[in-house]
Design a protein around this ligand. Structure first.
Ligand SMILES: [Zn+2]
Length: 288
């Protein structure tokens, strides 16, 4: 009996080792790509079907900062990707806003020793080890100085993340260099003011990373200018057509609007959804 028990335990332990080692090395990372920007910054992307999503790891002197945690079910993958570039532990995670991909993985990393940093309006699923901010917050990790800066773009809980040494800004869905943006509950005027703020945080050399992209993974000052010009004209046009009595569906079909959007990279894929962007400008919330 005793021997049988011993054998059974040994087999079980052995099986456990096999299973756990298989699950660790068996992670399918084919949806992910890692790009080394400099000695301390790795920008990563996840393929999400039609689009890709940006996130990043900043390797500090003693630990790692993860910017955008991605979806909960991919937390082990994100952890695995970071392990491929450094042995240092993930000690901070920053959520740019409350969008699923920005935020839902946070708990996984906090349970493993990270401190969570986000806008104070973010409805939390993280209750310990958190820093919620309503003004610019500075985090120095030795190799890099990060600034977490609240804005009124896109959601009520948005921050931009500026990396001083790398001269890089992550701004999630506040930016798109392939299409226009959703202003969300704060409205288009606040979103435009936020774009001014994001631009003013950079200089001629700054690289700006959006959340989602199809053709342009990142942009520079000129790309920011183009986004701001196109989006500004779109907002103006939608408002004036609405004022002249046109219904949102007619505005979304209008030639003026389509002439404006046609030069954008993602026109073919996203032009059928123009109506949602028209309603966003007019503050009409879609029922769904
Ligand atoms: Zn979003």
């Amino acid at each position: 009996m005793k021997l049988k028990f011993k054998i059974a335990t040994t087999v079980l332990v052995f099986l456990y080792i096999i299973v756990s080692s298989v699950s660790a090395s068996d992670l399918d990372l084919s949806l992910f790509k890692t790009k080394k920007v400099n000695e301390s910054l790795y920008v990563m992307t996840q393929d999400y079907g039609d689009a890709s999503i940006n996130f990043a790891a900043v390797v500090g002197e003693h630990s790692v900062v993860l910017i955008t945690t991605m979806m909960k079910e991919f937390s082990p993958h994100v952890e695995g990707l970071i392990k491929k570039v450094t042995d240092k532990p993930i000690r901070h995670v920053i959520s740019i806003d409350g969008d699923y991909y920005q935020y839902y993985g946070s708990r996984y990393f906090v349970e493993r020793g990270a401190t969570f940093i986000a806008h104070k309006n973010l409805i939390p699923n993280v209750f310990e080890n958190r820093i919620l901010v309503d003004k610019p917050y500075r985090l120095d990790v030795g190799t890099e100085k990060l600034w977490v800066i609240p804005t009124k773009a896109h959601t009520t809980d948005h921050v931009m993340v500026k990396l001083e040494n790398s001269n890089v800004i992550f701004a999630g869905d506040a930016l798109s260099f392939d299409w226009i943006v959703y202003s969300g509950p704060n409205g288009p005027d606040e979103h435009i003011a936020a774009l001014d703020l994001i631009l003013a945080q950079g200089d001629e050399e700054t690289i700006y990373y959006p959340g989602n992209w199809t053709a342009e993974e990142f942009g520079n000052k000129a790309d920011m200018g183009e986004l701001m010009a196109t989006y500004g004209l779109f907002v103006e046009k939608v408002k004036s057509l609405h004022k002249s009595g046109l219904k949102p569906t007619k505005i979304a079909e209008s030639q003026d609007i389509h002439n404006l959007l046609k030069p954008l990279n993602d026109y073919q894929r996203l032009s059928p959804y123009t109506i949602h962007f028209v309603k966003d400008v007019l503050g009409i919330v879609d029922e769904s």
